[in-house]
Write a protein that binds this ligand. Sequence first.
Ligand code: NOJ
Length: 871
Amino acid sequence: MVLAVLLSLSTLAVGAAIDKRAVPAGYVAAPSYPAPHGGWVPEWTDSFQKAAKVVSGLTLAEKTNITAGTGIFMGRCVGNTGSALRAGIPQLCLQDGPLGVRNTDHNTAFPAGITIGATFDKDLMRRRGEAIGEEFRGKGVNVYLGPSVGPLGRKPKGGRNWEGFGADPVLQAYGAALTVEGVQSKGVIATIKHWVGNEQEKYRMYSIIQEGISSNIDDRTLHELYAWPFAEGVRAGVGSAMIAYNAVNGSACSQNSYLINNILKDELGFQGFVMSDWLAQISGVPSALAGLDMSMPGDINTVPLVTAQSYWMYEYSRAILNGSVPVDRLDDSVTRILAAWYQMGQDNNYPEPNFSTNTQDAEGDLYPGAAPGSPKGVVNEFVDVQADHAVVAKEIARDAITLLKNVNSTLPLSLKASLKIFGTDAEKNPDGINACTDQGCNKGTLGMGWGSGSARYPYIDSPIDGFKKRGANYSFYNSDSFPSNSNPSTNDVAVVFVTADSGENYITVEGNNGDRDSSKLNLWHNGDDLIKDVAAKFSNVVVIVHTVGPVLLEQWHDLPSVKAVLFAHLPGQEAGDSLMQVLYGDVSPSGHLPYTVPKSEDDYPTSVSLVSDVVLVQPQDTFTEGLYVDYRHFNKEGITPRYAFGHGLSYTTFSFSSATITPVTKLTSTPPTRPAKGSTPTYSTKIPAASEAYWPDNFNAIFRYKYSFLAKSDADAAAKIGNSTQKYPYPAGYSNVQKAGVAAGGAQGGNPALFDVAYDISVVVKNTGKTSGKSVAQLYVQFPTGISFDTPIIQLRDFEKTKELAPGESQTVKLRVTRKDLSVWDVVSQNWIVPNVSGDYGIWIGDASDTLNLRCGTKAATCVGGQTSPV
Ligand code: NOJ
C-alpha cells in the first residue's frame, strides 16, 4: 500500500508499457542525478541570495504553486504560474512567441527568425531583440517564449525551422544570444527552446497510445551541432529554457536527467529555470528529479481541461510530504524561478499583463478554462506597444532579402518599367490579414509560418501596397493561375510571387501537418506552373519567393526568361516597402541564405527525411548523418546545390583583401582547468509540516483551476509516509549529493576557457562596384589534415556585416575564432579538445560558403588571397 502510494506519481508516465527496444544500440540517455543547484556563477549570486531568502520563508504550498501553471486557459497568458502573494511574488505571465507577442493587438509582427538569420547582421539581431523585449514588457509579459534554436533545421521539411535562425549552429547561436541579450536588456526573461532535437513536428507529443518521437543523437553531434546554440544562449545569461516534446535517445526530454541535469545545468552552467513545453510533462516525480523546474501550463497531458489534474501543484506538495522528491529539489526550482525574476529586475515595478491571449474582447472570462462558471472582468486593455519598432522590422525585412540570380542586371527596376505582377502572395489575404487562427493558412502575402510562433498582424504592408506607394507602372493579376488577359508586351517585366509555408503540428494547412509532408520542398499553389506559364509569355521574369526554408527551383530556374530570383523569406508585417527598396535599388540586397537550396530532395541524406507511418510504438529518428547536415553534407558528398549556404548577390561587387591573422591565446590540446563552482544557497532537507499544504479554511476555489493544496487527511497521510522509515525507490544511480561539476563546465555556456579568442582575424572589404551596398564577411574553419577526428570540410564560425559601403569605399572587418571553434567534442574524455595544436587550420573568408578565396593559416599566421575555395 505504502509502496503503491510512493510509486503512484512515478508510474504516471504515459505509454510506459510500450516497447522501446527500437532505440538503436549506442544511443543512451544515462541517468544523471541529482539536479545541480543553481546560483554558482558570480553573475547570478545576488539574485540567488535574494531568491533564497524569500524561498526560506515560503510554505510548501506556496513553493509548489510557483513551480507550475494554474492550468490551460486559466489566466490571461498562454502560461500563468501560481503566486505567493504573501511574499510579494506575483503570478508570472508566460507568452509566445519568438517573432512578437502572440494573440494580441497593437503589437509588431516582426520578421521571423529565419529572416533575421538571413541578414547575417549581429547589430540587427540585437536591436530586434530589444524591440521585442519592449513589446513583451509593455504587455506585462514576464517570460518571452523565445528564441527558438531547436529545431536546428536538420530536416528541410521540418515545420518550425523558420522560427529559428538557419541550418547552422553558429548562425543559430548568434541569433539566440543576441535575441536573449536584447530581450533581457528590457527586463523580460527570455526562454531558449526547445531542448533538444525536435527536428520534426509529426509524432512530437506523447499520448496515451504512442510515445513521442525519439531523436537519437550521438554525444559528439549533440555537442557540436544541437547543443551549441543553447550553450551560447546560456552564455548570454538566458533566464529560462523550455524542453522539447520529443524524446532523446528514448527518454522524454521533460524527464531526461542526462539532458537537463548533466548537460544543461551542469556542463552548460544554466542558472535559470527549465520549463516543460505545453503538456509535454508526462510524470510527477521523475520529471522533478530529472531537473524540470516548471510545469506548463500545469495540466496533465492526457485529459487537460476535463479535471483539475496536475502532475505537480497538489501532487508536488504530496511528493514532498511523502519523501518522493527531496525538499532541496523543490527549493532549488523555486529559487531558480525567483532568481531569474530578480535577475531581470522584475521585482521593481514590473507591469502586470494587460491583454488576454484567449479573446479579443475587452471583457470576458478571467479563466476561460473554468467556463461557464469563470468570474468575468476586463481582460484586454489594448495597450499599444509598437512604438517605432516598425522601423527596425522593415530594416530587417529589407536586409534579409537574398538575391540569388540577376541576369543582365535585370534588377534593380526602373520606376518606369511596365510591370505585370502575378500571384496571390503579392496582396493581403482578402478574408482579412488575421483571418486564420495562429496564421494557420497560406492565403495572401506570407509573412510568417503558422502555430504558436506566430503573432497577429497589426497591418501588412503588402508588396502591392509597396508598388502603389512607389507609383509603379503595374497591372496585378491576383491569381495563382496564369490569366488569359495579361497582354504580354516585349517591354514588360513580369514579377511572380510564390510561397512555401509550414508550421506547428496542431494545425494542418493544405495537407501539411506542420512539416511540409504534403507539399514537400515544392512551391505551394502550383507556383512552379505559374512561373513556367509566365516565363513562356514574358521574356523578363523576376521571381519573388516568400518561404519558410529551402524550395526546389529546378523546374524554371534556368529558363532563359527567368532573369532574377530573390528570397524575401518571412518579412512579417513589413513585406512591401522593404521589398520596393531592393527592387527599385534604393539599397542593394544584402541577405544571404541561412540554409542550402538543393536541386533535388534526393540531395539530402535519407536520414533527414520525415519519419512517418509509425503506429503505436515509439517512432525512432536516428541522426545517423551525425555532423553532416545542410552544407556540411553537400560538401562531404560533393553535391553541388542550386545555391550554397551563405550565398547572396548584391547590385555591387566586393573584394576581400589584406587579411591578417593574429594569435591571441596559445592553444593547448585540452582547455585549462575550469573554475570551481561557486557556493549555492543551502536548503533544508527536512520534510515540512503537513499543515503547510492544507487547504485554507473557506477557500473559494475556481473550477478546474490548479492549486497546490491538499486535503488535511491527504497531507497528513503523505507526511506519515515521509517521516517513516520507508524510502522512495529512487532511480538506479540516484544520489542527492551535489557534485563538483564536469570538466567541460565552469561558467554559463561551459568552461570559460572555451571562449578564449585563439586568433583575431581582420580583412579589408572593399566595394569594387558602382553602387552602394553591404557585404557579409563569412568565416569558415577547416580543421588540419591528418587528425583522427572526422570533421566537416568547412564550418561557419563567425560573420560580420559591413556598413553600407559607397563605391570604392573599404571597411576593415574584425572576426575571431575561439578555442571552442577549433575544438572537437571528445566523447572519451568528455571534453573539448584541439585535435592538433600546432596543426595548420584553414580560416577561410568569403561572402558565401562556396566562394571562399581568402585563406588564413594558423601555422604560419599569414593570409593569402586568390585561393581555390575548399568547396
Ligand atoms: C507549444 C510550442 O511547442 C511552444 O513553442 C510554445 O511556446 C508553447 N506551445 C506555448 O504556446
